[in-house]
Design a protein around this ligand. Structure first.
Ligand SMILES: Nc1nc2c(c(=O)[nH]1)N[C@H]1C(S)=C(S)[C@@H](COP(=O)(O)OP(=O)(O)OC[C@H]3O[C@@H](n4cnc5c(=O)[nH]c(N)nc54)[C@H](O)[C@@H]3O)O[C@H]1N2
Ligand SMILES: Nc1nc2c(c(=O)[nH]1)N[C@H]1C(S)=C(S)[C@@H](COP(=O)(O)OP(=O)(O)OC[C@H]3O[C@@H](n4cnc5c(=O)[nH]c(N)nc54)[C@H](O)[C@@H]3O)O[C@H]1N2
Ligand SMILES: [Mo]
Length: 715
């Protein structure tokens, strides 16, 4: 059968996107056709990646990983979970099984250079790191947004297509939209009011807002079961609005005005993203955002910040304490968070000799070298490893170092179901898309299962063994629902459940199980409820309605209370008050609509215009006043230096950048070797060459990649 993409069009009837399409959606046609995309397993022979069969690739992986595991134990094998796994159900479920089978505590993830602080704040406060409130944008009349740029990012931990229209409608209803960002971003340009803030000081602003709200007479509603309010108050008393103004650069009058607007609004929501998590006080800031939501009564209320739901439900295990600091990293003693080790300690765990030293790395859809702090030293550390295997669809700065690369499939050859992000939509919906084209390659679920088989058995699976292995995985999953007292499948017969799952093979079996066990599921009772088949029969998706208030279901703390003053958060207030950044020039990141983190740089339609006329996407944007005092003009090349490293970038003067701040996109690199694999790839400076592994949000150990002190000079 032929295989050609003729056109890609938005779907007006889709219940979620309603016909919204990102420019990256159109470019998938190029991605599918891109001759540079990796399509076969590759084995590194004397520095050159040569094509190999799957059997050869898995044999080599088995030889190396099994030998390392036998000699040094499972902790010597680390894995890294890249961001695209969140959009790839086969890979995300499969790597979870690999991790369990391997039993290494050295699991790293792009989450520790992203959203972990927000999840940890939810864990401390609500007892569930997956309880992420999102603005109920279609019903709110006041939206305060800190450190997020959804017009470019499409929303993050908040899926919200057509955001421009939704923001316009909010303002048409008489509502107000207010942004706080060191840069007047594409989103901030649509706001009623924008406030420039000094990077890393949002917790000061939010503390002052809470104080001002209390002064206006706001009280915590009895609707919320709150505890440790005293401990919080004691900290807040030490934070004056005057000092907050001095630290943030936002005038006292403006802080009071934001508080007044929040107080007056009938339905208000506060939302923060990467600028509030990927910074020195990420967890405290995320925590304070929800404190404001609670104080305005917006948390879990219509038009406020609500907890969305999705039809897929994972089985819950009995909760005993926080999944936090149950064990520590070997060298610096960083805490484990949600079963993960922070990326900030990857380098030292590779470099430092001794028991449990990392010797091999398995990368699932990630670009370790470019995305994580101190990238120059990180690259050298990866080079020193005995073995690297990467699963990817493109060559990148990390696959370059891999001994084996296993290809993923094109997005048209995968099925799609958003497990994580589906739980964070502005509206509850469900959609499953089957693959558009059949692939002649192994899908990523099978790739990851094959690795899990190797980790378990020290052998490469035959097709029959892999199918049997999958049967065990599915039976194990069914058993976990049958053990979960909160599940409708509690105490059901596992064999019977497994027999009723409809798909015969693939990750879709787990999907069918989780959907049928979920809130809208048929619970295997033969009723009207959802099954995977019903989603397949509804290609436009199924609308499950606006989010509803459901706080009692969400809170999972042992005593059922919302914790306003977790002891580790209280300590962060103290750290916040002590920390000063003086008059340093601070570096912050940004995202381009044309690219996605470190990839998609190879697609002509996304980079044309910028590349064709020699223009750079990767510019250092600076306020004209700061440029003048540094003797810089647009088009100059500048050296940017931090305590960790130095890079160069072309300067662009912009009044959209606040004073004392410079902005550079992340995700670029100047690696010429990558050009050989990705021939059209856009180059630029690697932001993370400037980031230090020692600069972290202390509670979560998440790297603080925004707010890095730098000096700049003309080259
Ligand atoms: N300085 C700075 N650093 C940052 C950030 C920042 O704002 N500033 N942001 C951070 C954030 S939020 C994130 S999420 C991380 C991202 O960090 P990473 O996850 O490490 O990097 P990505 O560039 O998202 O993607 C990595 C790879 O996934 C591959 N890929 C894409 N789709 C698939 C697929 O379906 N299958 C397979 N096998 N591979 C696929 C791509 O080809 C790419 O090579 O970076 C972080 N780093
Ligand atoms: N086009 C495109 N879309 C993407 C991505 C992409 O690379 N390209 N990446 C995806 C990923 S992995 C993620 S996690 C999301 C991220 O989604 P968002 O968080 O919505 O996007 P960012 O552009 O990172 O926005 C962060 C903002 O924080 C500001 N900021 C920096 N430091 C501070 C600070 O200290 N305080 C405050 N208040 N603001 C600060 C920055 O100026 C920036 O405007 O986007 C996703 N969508
Ligand atoms: Mo991210």
């Amino acid at each position: 059968m032929g295989r050609e993409v003729i056109s890609i069009k938005p779907n007006k009837d889709d219940v979620f996107s309603k016909g919204h399409m990102c420019p990256k959606g159109v470019s998938l046609q190029e991605l599918d056709a891109d001759a540079d995309r990796i399509r076969t397993p590759l084995i590194n022979k004397n520095g050159v990646h040569v094509e190999a069969s799957w059997q050869q690739a898995f044999e080599l992986i088995n030889d190396k990983l099994s030998a390392i595991k036998t000699a040094h134990g499972p902790n010597a094998i680390a894995s890294y979970i890249g961001n695209p796994t969140a959009h790839n159900i086969g890979l995300s479920k499969g790597l979870g099984i690999f991790s369990v089978c391997l039993g290494s505590k050295n699991i790293f993830s792009a989450g520790s250079v992203d959203q972990i602080p927000k999840q940890l704040a939810s864990e401390f406060m609500f007892g569930d790191g997956m309880a992420i409130p999102v603005p109920d944008i279609e019903r709110c009349d006041y939206l305060l947004m800190l450190g997020a740029n959804p017009v470019v990012s499409n929303g993050s931990l908040w899926m919200v297509p057509k955001i421009r229209e939704k923001l316009r409608d909010l303002r048409k209803r008489g509502g107000l939209f207010v942004t706080v960002d060191p840069r007047k971003s594409e989103t901030a340009r649509l706001a009623d009011h924008h406030h420039f803030i000094r990077p890393g000081t949002d917790a000061w602003l939010l503390s002052a807002i809470v104080n001002e709200l209390l002064a206006l007479g706001a009280t915590f509603s009895a609707r919320y079961p709150l505890k440790n309010q005293q401990a919080l108050s004691a900290q807040l008393q030490l934070m004056t609005t005057e000092e907050a103004a001095q630290r943030t650069g936002i005038a006292v009058g403006d802080i009071k005005e934001i508080a007044r607007q929040l107080f007056d609004a009938k339905r208000a929501a506060v939302y923060g993203r990467v600028g509030t998590t990927l910074q020195a006080f990420g967890t405290l800031t995320s925590y304070l955002i929800e404190i404001v939501n609670i104080l305005t009564g917006g948390l879990d209320a219509e038009g406020g910040a609500m907890f969305p739901e999705q039809p897929y439900s994972a089985a819950r295990s009995e909760k005993s304490g926080h999944p936090y600091n149950r064990y520590q990293s070997r060298v610096s003693g960083y805490p484990e968070v949600f079963g993960l080790m922070p990326a900030a300690c990857l380098i030292e765990e590779i470099e430092t000799q001794g028991e449990d030293q990392i010797r091999a790395l398995v990368v699932f859809a990630g670009n370790v070298v470019v995305s994580n702090p101190d990238s120059v030293r990180l690259e050298a550390a990866l080079q020193s490893l005995d073995f690297i295997v990467a699963i990817d669809i493109y060559h990148n700065e990390t696959t370059k170092l891999a001994d084996v690369i296993l290809p993923g499939t094109s997005p048209f050859e995968d099925s799609h179901y958003d497990e994580f992000l589906g739980a964070m939509g502005y509206r509850n919906t469900a959609r499953y898309s089957p693959p558009v084209f059949a692939s002649d390659r192994m899908d990523e679920w099978d790739v990851a299962l094959s690795l899990a088989y190797i980790a378990t058995n020290g052998a490469v699976a035959t097709a029959r063994q892999l199918a049997e292995f999958e049967n065990n995985v599915v039976a194990g999953a069914a058993a976990s629902y049958a053990r979960d007292k909160t599940s409708p499948l509690y105490d059901r017969d596992v064999q019977q459940l497994v027999a009723m799952i409809e798909p015969e093979r693939g990750v879709e079996r787990l999907l069918d199980l989780g959907i049928r066990a979920g809130r809208w599921g048929d619970h295997f009772d033969g009723g009207e409820g959802l099954t995977l088949q019903k989603l397949i029969d509804s290609p436009n998706g199924i609308d499950l309605g606006a989010p509803r208030s459901r706080l009692a279901e969400v809170i999972r703390t042992e005593d059922g209370m919302i914790d306003l003053g977790h002891e580790l958060i209280i300590r962060e207030f103290e750290r916040l008050r002590i920390r000063r950044t003086n008059d340093d020039l601070l570096l912050i990141g940004r995202r381009n609509v044309q690219t996605n983190n470190t990839w998609l740089h190879n697609l002509p339609s996304l980079t044309k215009g910028s590349l064709a006329n020699g223009k750079q996407l990767c510019t250092l944007d600076i306020n004209p006043d700061d440029a003048a005092s540094h003797g810089l003009k647009s088009g100059d090349w500048a050296e940017i230096r931090s305590s960790t490293g130095a890079i160069k970038a072309q300067v662009k003067l912009s009044k959209l950048i606040g004073r004392g701040v410079v902005s550079l996109p992340h995700g670029f690199s100047n690696d010429t070797a990558i050009k050989q694999g990705n021939r059209r790839s856009q180059r630029g400076a690697n932001y993370n060459a400037l980031a230090s592994t020692g600069f972290v949000d202390v509670v979560s150990a998440t790297a603080a990649l925004n707010g890095i002190p730098v000096t700049i000079s003309r080259m």
